[in-house]
Design a protein around this ligand. Structure first.
Ligand SMILES: Nc1ncnc2c1ncn2[C@@H]1O[C@H](COP(=O)(O)OP(=O)(O)O)[C@@H](O)[C@H]1O
Ligand SMILES: [Mg+2]
Length: 309
């Protein structure tokens, strides 16, 4: 959309980081005696879309938080190209945190600030402290923020307080804010766990678009297998802190699923339908049909949703 007459946004990072491998080497994290992540080894080439799956408590969030250095590994190395991310301090650490944008299940916006300001906050690590303190944003930053909102189809919310938006819209704002960081990597921790199926699809489509168009690596924790299968070229399955599966969706057999999710307390095997709730095409079709009959003559869902308080 070019309704605001802005030129195409520049979110390109491919040239500066193409070919940069990202690697976790024997990464372990303990909390007291509990091993949350147990000697994980993974090697992720730039531009992959990776889904991390596993039961609650498997160590998925801890893994992502270590990559972003929100928490430190107890052992092991996190390498991006020649840089040992696990050893960064000060400005270099802040630069890294800018380079790998985080997206959370609960969006983590500032609800009392308007959407545009929330998005521009993604630029904080690109600017001087003085400017940030005064909350002064340049015209260029505003244009960039509006372009990011347009790209996610929510530019009409720019002046609304973020807290008044629907969950799906808030997550799109969070993605726009992440884009403003000009990241090399996007880390998403169960980004659709709080969303209805339709919004879950919009958000996953947006992550896929960023991955495909900018070549940004996306690593996303997902609580549903079908979403991981549908969107990710690579799936990492975790159980009890360890990686028990690492491969393309086509190799994720029933036996592999069993190993990742284990059995329930009665010993019954876990099947895919039990971990499949978010983007279910049957459900979506039912949703759309119900909506159509309820709103005959009304604007399409996305518009109706956008106009809601
Ligand atoms: N800050 C923390 N303090 C203590 N234990 C934690 C902390 N964060 C996570 N854990 C523990 O680490 C394990 C993995 O948790 P987590 O990474 O949140 O799993 P997941 O995201 O797969 O549900 C769990 O046993 C959890 O209780
Ligand atoms: Mg988690």
């Amino acid at each position: 959309m070019t309704g605001h007459g802005v030129s195409a946004p520049k979110f390109q990072q491919i040239e500066s980081c193409s070919g940069m491998n990202f690697e976790l080497k024997n990464v372990t994290r303990r909390f007291g005696k509990n091993i949350a992540v147990n000697s994980v080894n993974v090697d992720i080439p730039q531009g992959q879309m990776v889904g991390v799956i596993g039961r609650s408590g498997a160590g998925k969030s801890t893994l992502l938080r270590m990559i972003n250095r929100l928490i430190d590994p107890s052992e092991g190395n996190i390498l991006f190209g020649d840089t040992d991310v696990s050893k960064l301090k000060g400005k270099a650490l802040r630069d890294w945190q800018r380079d790998c944008a985080m997206i959370f299940q609960q969006f983590n916006l500032v609800p009392r600030l308007d959407v545009l300001t929330n998005v521009m906050l993604g630029r904080l690590n690109h600017r001087s402290t003085a400017k940030s303190l005064m909350n002064v944003f340049t015209r260029e930053e505003r244009i960039m923020a509006i372009a990011a909102l347009e790209r996610l189809g929510i530019e009409q919310t720019a002046l609304q307080k973020a807290g008044t938006l629907s969950g799906g819209q808030q997550q799109r704002v969070a993605i726009a804010r992440a884009l403003m960081q000009d990241p090399k990597m996007v880390l998403a921790d169960e980004p659709i766990a709080s969303l209805d199926p339709l919004n879950a699809k919009v958000v996953m489509d947006a992550l896929r678009d960023i991955n495909e168009r900018e070549g940004i690596t996306v690593i996303t924790n997902l609580h549903t297998l079908d979403t991981a299968r549908a969107y990710c070229e690579r799936i990492i399955g975790m159980a009890h802190g360890s990686v028990v599966f690492d491969g393309p969706p086509s190799e994720l057999t029933a036996a592999a699923v069993q190993e990742i999710y284990g059995s329930d307390k009665d010993g019954a095997g876990i099947n895919e339908s039990m971990t499949s709730t978010s983007i279910n095409h049957e459900k979506l079709a039912r949703h759309a049909a119900a909506n159509q009959s309820a709103n005959a003559g009304d604007p399409p869902l996305a518009e109706a949703e956008a106009a809601a308080p």
